[in-house]
Design a protein around this ligand. Structure first.
Ligand SMILES: [Zn+2]
Length: 115
């Protein structure tokens, strides 16, 4: 089964948020967590990225690349970038997958690949 990334749509005004917020940033009337979960698109444009070389000891990789991607609906998300030579403005395709294993806990995140 393919996993999705979800955004939070305000039931009062329709504004979409990601990540989760307690109060709607548009209408500010929604103070009772009245949001609908809506799946977000996974493809978008890589706005910027950085390489991390000093990772916590339990990461079993030499370096990690993180990027900010503007999805097709304008929502911006941070995720791992699994692209050899990334460049700003390139089209990327996201997949939800396991990004870290802590004992018996698996942490999932979005990883972006070249289209
Ligand atoms: Zn609202």
């Amino acid at each position: 089964m393919e996993m999705n990334l979800y955004g939070y749509k305000c039931k009062k005004c329709g504004q979409l948020h990601y990540p989760y917020r307690m109060v709607c940033k548009k209408c500010k009337r929604n103070a009772h967590n009245e949001f609908d979960l809506v799946p977000l698109p996974k493809n978008g444009k890589l706005l910027t990225f950085t390489h991390l070389y000093t990772l916590p000891a339990d990461f079993e990789v030499a370096k990690l690349t993180l990027g900010i991607v503007e999805l097709e609906n304008g929502i911006r998300v941070t995720g791992q970038v699994s692209i050899q030579n990334p460049h700003m403005g390139m089209q990327v395709k996201g997949k939800i997958e396991a990004v870290r294993q802590e004992g018996y806990d698996t942490n999932y995140g979005i990883v972006f690949y070249e289209v």
